[in-house]
Design a protein around this ligand. Structure first.
Ligand code: ADP
Length: 292
């Protein structure tokens, strides 16, 4: 079971890593950005409302995003866990999410913060190109020479996301700083936050995330066991007043007939004796008489 949130600035690799974790742990990646882009592409009523805000690098209104997330979380594949990517993005969304998860009995286990320097974020976003057909993400530093994705023999064209243009990138970073960054403190206070160094090879970053999750998993188990012990003692059929009375009774009995300490069996001191000297019979030791 994995119920986590990936937190981080745009371009910090949440989506890429969510996809890798999804394949490894068999829990769905739920990306608010992907849900919104899908709604825009299908020209649904929600999509039409969201489009302008997305293209300007602003947040889409909470009611639209929450509707999409609530609906997605209720689907069958999300009942055994989920990886939330890009949601929540402000404190109202975080509050609504925790209420929603408590209601469905699926509280969060951890929040992983992808920590990446601003310079790297800008390079990554400005250099990102996506396949029109399969959605595969390329970086300009490793672009195919003919600028096409080879997901079929003809090759598919790559495009740049509208919000990956430089002026919109700056806006998205501002929005992250003012609205999303405060969630770091929020989740840290709840004891859920794990900071992941988000630079290095994809494999290395995934390994860091897995290590952090393994740690938080064992911590969660400990907390659960402690809570179970507490509940068990609270639910015990013996009432606290009865327990107190029985403790008093035992104390009074002890006073009346103090418990004898078990007698200490003294061990005899064993003195190490020197081994007895071998007494050799003089006669035997005598040299044989010389023959005359
Ligand atoms: P990134 O994390 O790289 O900015 P996303 O795909 O997560 O990319 O988001 C793209 C855009 O979709 C955001 O700039 C914003 O307009 C919108 N969006 C995504 N998630 C949310 C959200 N939780 N609340 C409001 N708007 C969102």
């Amino acid at each position: 079971m994995m119920r986590i949130v990936l937190l981080g600035a745009p371009g910090s690799g949440k989506g890429t890593q969510a996809q890798r974790l999804q394949a490894k742990f068999n829990v769905p990646q739920i990306s608010s950005g992907d849900l919104l882009r899908d709604a825009v592409a299908r020209k649904t009523a929600l999509g039409l409302k969201a489009k302008a805000a997305m293209e300007a690098g602003q947040l889409v209104s909470d009611d639209i995003v929450l509707g999409l997330i609530r609906e997605r979380l209720s689907q069958a594949d999300a009942q055994n866990g989920f990886i939330l990517d890009g949601f929540p993005r402000n404190s109202d969304q975080a509050a609504t999410l925790s209420k929603l998860l408590v209601d469905i009995g699926q509280p969060l286990e951890a929040v992983l913060l992808m920590d990446v320097r601003t310079r790297t974020l800008i390079e990554r976003m400005a250099g990102r190109r996506i396949c029109k057909h399969c959605g595969k993400v390329f970086s300009v530093s490793a672009l195919p020479s003919d600028m096409s994705c080879k997901s079929n023999s003809n090759g598919h064209e790559l495009y740049q996301r509208v919000d990956d243009k430089e002026d919109v990138i700056a806006k998205r970073l501002d929005v992250y700083k003012s609205q999303t960054k405060p969630l770091i403190d929020h989740y840290s206070k709840l004891g859920l936050l794990k900071v992941i160094k988000g630079e290095g090879t994809l494999e290395l970053i995934t390994a860091r995330m897995e290590a952090a999750l393994a740690k938080s998993g064992s911590k969660t188990e400990k907390v659960k066991r402690k809570a179970a012990r507490k509940t068990a003692s609270n639910n015990s059929s013996v009432k606290p007043a009865a327990k107190k009375a029985s403790r008093k009774k035992v104390a009074a009995k002890r006073k009346a007939a103090p418990v004898k300490k078990p007698a200490v069996v003294k061990k005899k001191k064993v003195v190490a004796r020197k081994p007895a000297r071998k007494t050799v019979k003089k006669s035997a030791a005598r040299k044989p008489a010389r023959k005359k």
